[in-house]
Design a protein around this ligand. Structure first.
Ligand code: ADP
Ligand code: MG
Length: 210
């Protein structure tokens, strides 16, 4: 993953754009089983990333990911801010410069473990982890050439699969059985970020960069 500043800009810009485009949807999901701030929390965080993108995109990918995480910790707030912040900071710390897919998966494992530790949580509790974990598993298997199409599908299916789950962590857990029947907002934002990242590296995007 030899990503230059332009690629980092495209990646983080695509993530910010999808959060902005879906902020209302994330808010609606959080209104159903939380306190209705997930859309505005995420948008505030990624607006700050965009405002700082010149500085962040001047860094090599690992440091840029760490800077992304630091910005999200500072700006997103709520439960999701420290959790997404931890995810990207740990990804940045664990990713060697010029890493390939295998190193990305290993760094992803370290980042996922850090999010679990930070949230005292695991998969099966109806959170972002229920999207992040299966996506990471899919990163390891199959044809790398089709990853860009497969990962968003895995992420969407995993977010859909949170609908019938009982929330055991976060605000939604306060609702008990009433959390059943709604998609977890953090699962949805994770799926959006993964789809945006895949699009940023898709065949069209590569053409754009040439
Ligand atoms: P808050 O719940 O503080 O209002 P947000 O609404 O921004 O924060 O984020 C809620 C999302 O954070 C949830 O949908 C869930 O995916 C995620 N989340 C909350 N608590 C945890 C946890 N302990 N572990 C993993 N993810 C969590
Ligand atoms: Mg909330």
């Amino acid at each position: 993953m030899e990503l230059d500043g332009r690629a980092v800009r495209r990646l983080f810009g695509a993530m910010a754009a999808t959060i902005a485009a879906h902020a209302e949807e994330l808010t609606r999901l959080d209104q159903a089983i939380g306190d209705g701030d997930h859309g505005s929390n995420m948008q505030r965080g990624f607006d700050a990333v965009l405002a700082d993108l010149d500085r962040i995109a001047a860094k090599p990918l690992p440091e840029a990911l760490t800077a992304l995480g630091t910005t999200l910790v500072m700006k997103v707030g709520g439960a999701s801010g420290p959790l997404y912040g931890t995810l990207f900071m740990q990804l940045g710390r664990a990713l060697p410069a010029g890493a390939g897919l295998a190193e990305l998966a290993t760094a992803g494992d370290a980042a996922l473990a850090a999010v679990k530790a930070r949230g005292k949580s695991n998969t099966g509790s109806k959170t972002m982890l229920d999207v992040l974990a299966p996506v990471l598993a899919a990163l390891r298997g199959g044809d790398p050439a089709t990853l860009g199409e497969r990962l968003p599908r895995v992420a969407d299916a995993a977010a859909d699969a949170t609908v019938p789950m009982l929330a055991l962590r976060g605000r939604a857990s306060f609702l008990g059985e009433r959390s059943i029947g709604h998609m977890d907002p953090g699962a949805r934002s994770s799926a959006l970020l993964i789809a945006a990242a895949c699009r940023a590296f898709g065949p069209t995007a590569k053409g754009d960069a040439a």
